[in-house]
Ligand binder design. Structure first.
Ligand code: GLP
Length: 250
């Protein structure tokens, strides 16, 4: 695992964007696993910048997103379909037909999970998976549980996650209680994983995930056994790692 500390959010975003653009330049038809949340916004805006300058071309890129809220239509402003379109896809030359986000309106979420996992397989798996981290240690929406769930599946969101994500909704009551998320299988099957984290609020959970016991109670801890993980955090998110394992930072 490579762990980089960036001085601030802009530098974190630039470093992560650099790794993604290198991936796309070296393999133009890469399958990118994409993430939502506030953390990757700077990564997307940096990639848009480089696209506009002609430095990176997304024509052949395929993408699969990690998750979607159950019950939100793609046009809903808090849906992850909407987030991806507004914050990334509509600004670059990716073909919309090559972009995929789980269907939050699926009546049968188990069938949707099978469809999504088959789709990822049919694309040849994920070349590079971008991840944020939730304050419960979730990746995608894989919340703490008794076991790691491999397949794309429906999750009941933890109260802590609902509280954290309420900032995007008019009220806490409007935050969906369920989501459909790519499972640990597809994430761990990605050839490369790139985890971004910023802010002091992530410092403890980031340390626990990367250096604590590997347990489904901290879903991100599974990344410790992935062969190619890069973590990019800003100073604040790196604080506990810097204090307890300074030599782990590259
Ligand atoms: C959301 C997403 C995650 C994301 C996490 C952290 O709930 N499902 O993919 O990593 O929360 O979000 P943020 O980056 O806003 O802290």
């Amino acid at each position: 695992m490579k762990i980089f500390s960036a001085p601030d959010y802009t530098a974190m975003s630039r470093k992560a964007a650099n790794l993604i653009s290198a991936q796309v330049i070296l393999k133009p038809d890469s399958v990118l696993g994409l993430a939502t949340g506030s953390t990757p916004l700077g990564v997307y805006s940096q990639l848009i910048d480089w696209y506009e300058k002609g430095d990176v071309d997304f024509t052949k890129v395929r993408s699969v997103n990690l998750d979607e809220y159950c019950g939100l239509a793609p046009e809903h402003e808090q849906s992850y379909h909407y987030y991806m379109k507004e914050n990334f896809f509509k600004h670059i030359n990716i073909q919309m037909v090559n972009t995929h986000v789980p269907d939050g309106l699926a009546k049968d979420v188990t069938a949707e999970g099978h469809r999504y996992d088959k789709l990822i397989d049919s694309l040849g798996g994920i070349d590079l998976q971008l991840l944020g981290i939730g304050n419960t240690g979730h990746i995608g929406f894989n919340e703490p549980s008794e076991s790691f769930i491999k397949e794309t599946h429906r999750v009941t969101l933890k109260q802590k996650t609902i509280d954290a994500n309420a900032r995007f909704f008019a009220s806490k009551e409007e935050v969906p209680r369920y989501a459909v998320t790519m499972g640990i299988g597809a994430i761990m099957g990605a050839k490369k994983v790139l985890l971004v984290a910023n802010g002091a609020g992530k410092a403890e959970i980031l340390y626990e995930s990367l250096f604590g016991p590997i347990t489904p109670e901290v879903p991100a801890s599974i990344l410790q056994v992935h062969p190619d993980v890069t973590v990019v955090g800003d100073e604040a998110a790196m604080a506990v790692i810097r204090e307890k394992c300074p030599s782990a930072i590259d």
